[in-house]
Ligand binder design. Structure first.
Ligand SMILES: C[S@@+](CC[C@H](N)C(=O)[O-])C[C@H]1O[C@@H](n2cnc3c(N)ncnc32)[C@H](O)[C@@H]1O
Length: 369
């Protein structure tokens, strides 16, 4: 397990990835921890592997520390790394608790890739913690000038560090300019006579993803039984299935709490009945499915990787019924075919255009790791 020399902490990525691909901390974490006032009640946002939580807790456990992260895997990483380093677990907030948080004097933010998500978070801080000092940091190559200009123009007070070890930190006070009207919260599009909405940060919130469109075009007309939308985003696949085949039992799951909350919202407004789960792939269910549908991610934050997709393929193999079928859409260049052939005896490419391939898999092999 890698040692973070600057903080003398042993941290690991969850789920594990090879060390040459990604470490569980970066120099933006170091800038934030160097700037943090360890005596203040603090809120941490977007701590992917617990580097900020552990770094702050290692300085002394007295202050009130609360954390919100969208990702199920990030929460697991924070638990794992806190426990490995013998540190107390910070208070982990749900989205609902974040939206009513109070008493925070300092906020540490790893700047997320999705700037709508950042704007949403700054709006909550502006409303709930107007007195707080907000430190944000990220790797300089991921911080476009337009973002920095926008932060500067909306905050009462703005300061920016120079680039240190390729990272930059920004400090803001007075965030009332970031308050967003309630009618900007939900955005979406219409699909199949359904209005599908999503919160900021959810994949393809305001338009149908072209890969998803291809998968929708390849859904069989006779789909029945129990269906899983694995990595559901706003739930467009799950909702379309339930809308067209009301007799199916549908489960939608995602690593993102914002995605899960968006599907719950859509289920209510569309008056459909389906189950929603916050999980790492299928980690939180024992159910078996007649159909699993998946448009897997190939990024974790800014890092391109295939590990999450491979976890989904393995989990799908474990959760198919004997005659179950697994449909996947993916960008053509991604090397999924050999992985699928290791896991399933029957793998067919049922569509391949310039951009996307659709894979149809059956008969999971017995010895699956
Ligand atoms: C390419 S998007 C597809 C979303 C939706 N199915 C669609 O087609 O519009 C991939 C989804 O996988 C989710 N995801 C990423 N990592 C995950 C994991 N470990 N477990 C479950 N879902 C994950 C992302 O949050 C995202 O919503």
């Amino acid at each position: 397990m890698p040692l973070w020399p600057a903080r003398q902490l042993h941290l690991e990525c969850y789920p594990p990835v090879p060390e040459h691909m990604s470490l569980p901390w970066n120099s933006a974490d170091e800038l934030l921890l160097d700037a943090a006032d360890t005596a203040q009640p603090t809120l941490i946002l977007n701590d992917r592997h617990g580097a900020l939580c552990c770094g702050l807790q290692a300085g002394g456990p007295e202050r009130q520390l609360r954390v919100w992260t969208d990702s199920f895997c990030a929460r697991e990483a924070i638990r794992l790394n806190s426990s490995t380093n013998g540190l107390p677990l910070p208070e982990m907030l749900s989205l609902e608790q974040l939206e009513s948080v109070s008493g925070v004097r300092q906020v540490l933010i790893q700047i997320p890739k999705n700037h709508d998500l950042l704007a949403f978070q700054l709006s909550i801080i502006a409303r709930q913690c107007p007195e707080a000092t907000v430190h944000l940091a990220g790797m300089a190559r991921h911080l476009p000038v337009a973002l920095l200009n926008r932060l500067e123009s909306l905050a009462d007070s703005y300061s920016q560090s120079r680039v240190i070890r390729k990272a930059r930190m920004i400090t803001l006070q007075g965030l009332s300019g970031f308050l967003q009207p309630d009618d900007q919260l939900w955005q979406g599009y219409s699909q199949d006579d359904m209005r599908i909405n999503a919160l900021p940060g959810v994949f393809c919130r305001d338009r149908l993803d072209p890969g998803t469109r291809v998968l929708l075009n390849h859904l069989p007309a006779d789909i029945r039984g129990k269906v899983c939308d694995l990595g559901c985003g706003n739930g467009v696949l799950a909702l379309s299935i339930k809308h067209q085949h009301p007799q199916t039992g549908v489960l939608a799951c995602d690593d993102s709490e914002l995605a899960v909350s968006s599907v719950q919202h859509n289920v209510q407004t569309l008056d459909l009945n389906l189950e929603v789960l916050h999980s790492n792939a299928l980690s939180e269910t024992d159910a078996h499915f007649d159909w699993i549908l998946c448009n897997p991610p190939f990024h974790d934050g800014h890092t391109q990787q295939t590990e999450i997709a491979e976890t989904m393929f393995r989990d799908a193999a474990r959760h198919l019924t004997t005659d179950g079928q697994f449909l996947i859409v993916a960008n053509r260049h991604l090397p999924y075919l050999p992985v699928l052939r290791r896991l399933y005896a029957d793998v067919r490419v049922i569509s391949a255009d310039r951009r996307f391939s659709v894979y149809h898999c059956r008969s999971p092999k017995k010895a699956r790791s």
